[in-house]
Design a protein around this ligand. Sequence first.
Ligand code: SAJ
Length: 430
Amino acid sequence: MKICVHGIGYIGLATAALFANNGHDVVGYDPNEKLVEDLRAGNPRTTEEELREYVLEALDNGFEPSTEVVEADCHIICVPTPYEDESKRADLAYVEMSGRTVAEYLREGDMVILESTVPPGTTEEVLAPILAASELTPGEDFSLAHCPETVLPGNITHELVHNDRIIGGIDDDSADKTIALYESMVEGTIHRAPDATTAEFVKLSQNAYRDVNIAFANELARVANDYGIRSRDAIELANVHPRVDVLNPGPGVGGHCLPIDPWFLGQFSDSLDLIATARRVNDGMVDFVIELLEGELGSLDDASVAVLGIAYKGNVDDARHSPGLRLVERLSTMTANEVGTAAADGGYTPGDVDVRVHDPHVENDELDLVDVETALSGADALVVSAGHDAFRDIDPNEAADLMDGRVVVDGFSILDGDAWRDAGFDYVEI
Ligand code: SAJ
């Protein structure tokens, strides 16, 4: 089957490779010339080695990255749906633009599949009317379905093939055709949603579910701290119950999915309550880190803090919406009475805290990232704000030689607390 994938960012690229490696004739359209050029030269933009090899295999199998859209039996839309921070809404401009492009190339009998994460109702209420500008009728002259991606960054290639998928069509025939296509390639089970809107809703619900559950763990961590007990011991014991499975607390929830998708659920609904509260609990964990720092240091005025990790989770290079970045921003800009006890006593002005930032995986042009020794030299405290394995190798005695202060706030409890305490540190963990 001739397939045109619209948008070959990391999901579109993986999807295009999946189809190409299963015998389809795939063009990957992206207006970004450099991206297309690099791909054609065999340089996919990914640090996931397995995905890189999978894409190279796809290129060998005829996958053609291109800055031109082509006529195809099937158009798969994998464009971004950026999140607007102020309105907490999805910006659907790229989906709309892709819809207009597809409409120009659409022929009778073609298939259109939307993979991008979108608010419930987008396929039927936004995309279908745009495609109808082709003068073909959605559901009658061409099929239209939503098949949300569910891969976990860091494990894309495996999850692409093995995860179950949810597919919802704007009519039965659209669903049938789309299910048949994915069933021919995917080893997970394909589940039929009653309609496209339900499929959109399910994808967002999965991420909102995880976000709410992490918020529960995070709130337990704060409450446990008030009682002077270790939340992770309590959670481990709570989880011995067969129907309890509390997740891990941490300095917040990052990435381009969990901090955003729950808000998409509220795009055309006023009923978010628990889900919105969970978002605020998770975003508030950065202030909890600051409170812990203040608890140990007294005040952050003139303090030097080494922030280790701005990736959104351990061992990845992606810093989107990460707790580490939020912490750096808060420490660099916080003002009087915003957080914690010391702030209430005297307040801060931006620049009071000397923030040093280190991440072994992330490249970031906006921050002056330094190596770990530079970050620790003269620091009063260090915060582990991403669960990178590399941080386990930091020798507490060498850190003690470099640092002025003896405070560690371990957001993921990944360091060996006893070893740090033996080296003279006040070691606190979330
Ligand atoms: N986190 C915690 N505690 C935990 C688990 C995670 O604080 O117990 C934090 C992580 O540190 C990170 C954030 O949550 O900051 C998100 O990490 P994650 O590993 O839970 O998920 P993502 O964002 O990498 O991928 C999620 C996945 N969704 C679900 O597990 C329901 C993935 O399957 C989706 O495909 C992806 O979102 C997506 O694209 O929507």
